[in-house]
Design a protein. Sequence first.
Length: 152
Amino acid sequence: MEQQLFTLWHRGREGTLPWADFQVALLPLMARVKTLLPEGVAGADAKTQGTCRNLLKLEVALWTFVWEADVEPTNNRAERPLRRAVLWRRRRFGTQSAAGSQFVERILTAVTTLRQQRRDVLDYLTAACTAAIRKDPAPSLLPLTSPPLSAR
């Protein structure tokens, strides 16, 4: 089932399968999952029961990627920017103070945001330090250009 789902999704995303056909092709798979989840809740394994119960509560959201073309079936895109922070924390064993934790939160947020915008991190940090020394407002992390009103 999983391989079939991702094969269809990739084809739909690439355009080799029209999106409407992708949606229709997933209906039997969605129906199969709908029958399997209650079976999992009734099963003997407590961990499986809990997982299936939670999925049943969120079943509508589980299929958002079928109806919204810009949503992926996994949360990989959302997790990617967090990986650097998670790995840093693991390698550095966290921080020693609340101020240190706050600094790490802010610097990792700035670095991740700037990289997503393809902006130079060192240029931004230099401008931020210069502004702090001069007691000027900090430079913005908001994108330098905004999308046209028609795209909003």
